[in-house]
Design a protein around this ligand. Structure first.
Ligand SMILES: [Zn+2]
Length: 410
């Protein structure tokens, strides 16, 4: 038996549309670095992966508001944020563990990496061929221009009243007030975020939906198996999703800035894979890319592929908003991939991973929010202390110490 556990430390991927703030650092970026150092000090083999989330409407809306290209936005903030994390003393460099690559290392990648795109497209094809997608016509808001043209308004391009709690200013895909997620056509009193004066109407558009319903039983079993390990907030948010009953979920968008849907036909022209569906695969693609770039190209399997000999553990560090994406959607994608890799299709019952399969998460130590003057830190409302400007003036160890003793655990 090889010395030391194979520990995968997965760190939430920050959107490259602004600088990180201290709420992010306390919630998602400092805890995994401390944990990775702890596991390395115990002699374990740690691979730490993350990177910039560079697609989707969070990026394109910021670019339009600033009158620059999406590429400009992601280039700027990938560079700002990767430097800030290194300045904070996080061990994203060097990429190879000082004991050698068999002891792992780290990679802070980006989702515009062509290798990530290719791997996501190949996974998408695999899931498609196994029958895990269903094509549906859905109703989407469309901004009508005076010349008769116009465009669809996915996710953050539309704002309105939350269908769940009634709060104003809810986004097309998520309500910041109550945390609910929904399809954008469910939003009430919708207006175009970029052009509020233009009329908005509902039009039909074809999209692919991932059959989450097929994973309900396996995910319930998975949640039960982890009941004693997961924190109460993780258990509760996962249970809330499972209790509602999982439904097929739209995983393509009418948007150019993203990873193209890898299917033939006019239906898919101008559409991309939903940013959440592809960025969450970054934990896997980043491990594979690390292995290709810094090791033999197959060593990622020591961390990812279930194995009777090696002891493996997976930890996902993220803010509590994102819990269901990591305890429901991501395991459903992984189990779908396992199923397809084993030559099965959507007609066969989905099973939890066994030897030779991709591993699911062991724990998701999601943090509560760090408060600033009694309110939540917020990037969109610019109520925050930014990491880069803080580190311009103060020593990183002061910040690491202060945030560690005030870690928002509850
Ligand atoms: Zn709400």
């Amino acid at each position: 038996m090889a010395d030391g556990d194979h520990v995968l430390v997965c760190v939430a991927w920050p959107y490259a549309n602004g600088p990180l703030h201290l709420g992010h650092v306390a919630g998602c970026y400092l805890p995994p670095d401390i944990y990775a150092r702890f596991e390395r000090a115990r002699g374990n083999r740690v691979l730490m992966v993350s990177g910039s989330d560079e697609h989707g409407t969070p990026i394109t809306v910021t670019a339009e508001q600033n009158g620059v290209s999406s590429q400009d936005i992601v280039d700027e903030y990938h560079s700002v944020n990767s430097k800030a994390l290194l300045d904070l003393g996080c061990t994203w460099m060097p990429n190879i563990d000082s004991r050698g690559s068999s002891y792992g290392g780290s990679l802070f990648n980006r989702t515009t990496d062509i290798r990530h795109k290719k791997k996501v497209q190949s996974n998408f094809k695999l899931l498609y061929d196994a029958g895990f997608f269903e094509k549906r016509t859905m109703q989407q808001y469309f901004e009508v221009h005076p010349d008769g043209g116009g465009r669809f308004l996915p996710d953050r391009y539309i704002e309105g009243v939350c269908p769940s709690c009634g709060a104003d200013g809810a986004r097309g895909d998520q309500c910041d007030a109550c945390g609910a997620t929904y399809e954008s056509y469910e939003l009430k009193n919708p207006i175009s975020k970029m052009n509020p004066e233009l009329p908005v109407e509902i039009r039909d558009t074809e999209h692919l939906f991932y059959r989450l319903d097929l994973f309900q039983k396996a995910l319930e079993q998975h949640a039960e198996n982890n009941h004693s390990v997961w924190k109460p907030n993780v258990r509760a948010m996962t249970k809330q999703w499972l209790d509602m009953g999982l439904r097929p979920r739209a995983v393509t968008r009418d948007l150019e800035w993203g990873i193209d849907v890898p299917l033939e036909g006019d239906d898919w022209h101008g559409k991309c894979i939903y940013v959440w569906f592809e960025a969450v695969q970054g934990y896997l693609t980043c491990s594979q890319i690390w292995s290709e770039e810094y090791d033999d190209g197959s060593s990622w399997e020591n961390w990812w592929i279930e194995n009777d000999i090696l002891s493996q553990r997976h930890y996902y560090f993220l803010g509590k908003d994102n819990v269901p994406f990591h305890t429901v959607i991501w395991p459903a994608i992984l189990m779908g991939l396992n199923h397809a890799r084993n030559g099965k299709n959507a007609n066969h019952p989905v099973e939890l991973p066994s030897t030779g399969d991709l591993r699911l998460e062991d724990n998701v130590p999601a943090m509560e929010y760090l408060m600033l003057g009694g309110g939540q830190f917020s990037k969109s409302r610019k109520h925050a202390i930014w990491l880069p400007s803080f580190l311009d003036r103060f020593d990183p160890d002061t910040l690491r110490y202060y945030l560690s003793i005030n870690m928002p655990e509850s």
